[in-house]
Design a protein around this ligand. Structure first.
Ligand code: CDP
Length: 227
């Protein structure tokens, strides 16, 4: 039993909603446990300055940030090395799903802001961003679902909290997944595990992504499908 009472293969409680920012072309809110993210998408829109344009495809730009109040110790609002790295990871996780070649010379801007952080913010950002991209009507191969799995002491667990991440030893593996295509679009590993353990962690992460996928689809249908 984990300290928050979950089983090893259990996700935290999830809330998901699209269309939360009226001025954006697409937007979404995604909360998993005490990690909450809002995402806004603008585009495809003409990219300026022109020398940044790609005549073959749209340029996907992702901006990850944390609000100053999202963590116990005030987070500086300016993006540091961590934010730049996570923005790149989020871009890599999302790019395979978008038909960027359909929109040459444009930019698609994806902003994710962490409102509350209790680990797993890059995965929550990917979940929110892919829902916001769909809400913006951008042609996509699939949604991207993401969650971390890992090993805390000797237990393989899904969806780690900050408390679990801070336990020694701990290995954290964020995974982003496109269920339709069965493509893993992001996998990172922080810590040490055997090849066999890593296989088990990936399997568990994908199982979590599939559950998140259903919640993302339900949130989108809630806005667009009249039942
Ligand atoms: O959030 P994620 O697990 O994707 O990335 P991380 O860099 O491994 O950060 C893990 C957690 O550390 C965050 O989710 C926050 O809870 C916490 N953190 C913090 O307390 N203060 C920061 N300046 C950055 C992260």
């Amino acid at each position: 039993m984990r300290s928050d009472g979950r089983k090893n293969d259990e996700l935290r409680k999830i809330e998901a909603k699209v269309g939360v920012i009226s001025s954006a072309d697409g937007s979404a809110y995604f909360k998993i446990g005490n990690t909450a993210v809002v995402a806004a998408v603008y585009g495809p829109r003409e990219l300026h300055p022109k020398h940044l344009q790609d005549p073959e495809k749209s340029v996907l730009r992702c901006y990850y940030n944390m609000t100053t109040f999202s963590v116990p110790e005030r987070k500086s609002p300016s993006p540091g090395r961590r934010e730049i790295e996570l923005s790149t990871a989020i871009k890599r996780a999302l790019e395979p799903t978008i038909f960027i070649e359909e929109f040459p010379r444009t930019a698609i801007d994806v902003y994710t802001y962490v409102l509350e952080a209790d680990a797993g913010t890059r995965c929550a950002s990917i979940c929110a961003a892919s829902m916001a991209l769909a809400d913006a009507g951008i042609p996509m191969r699939d949604l991207v679902s993401a969650v971390a799995a890992g090993k805390v002491k000797d237990q393989i667990v899904l969806d780690l909290t900050k408390e679990e991440e801070d336990t020694e030893p701990c290995t954290d593996v964020p995974i982003a997944y496109m269920p339709n295509k069965k493509w893993i679009t992001l996998i990172q590993l922080d810590g040490e595990v055997t090849a066999e353990e890593l296989r088990e962690i990936i399997k568990l992460g994908i199982k979590g992504c599939l559950q998140i996928y259903e919640i993302q689809k339900k949130a989108l249908k809630k806005k667009y499908v009249r039942i």
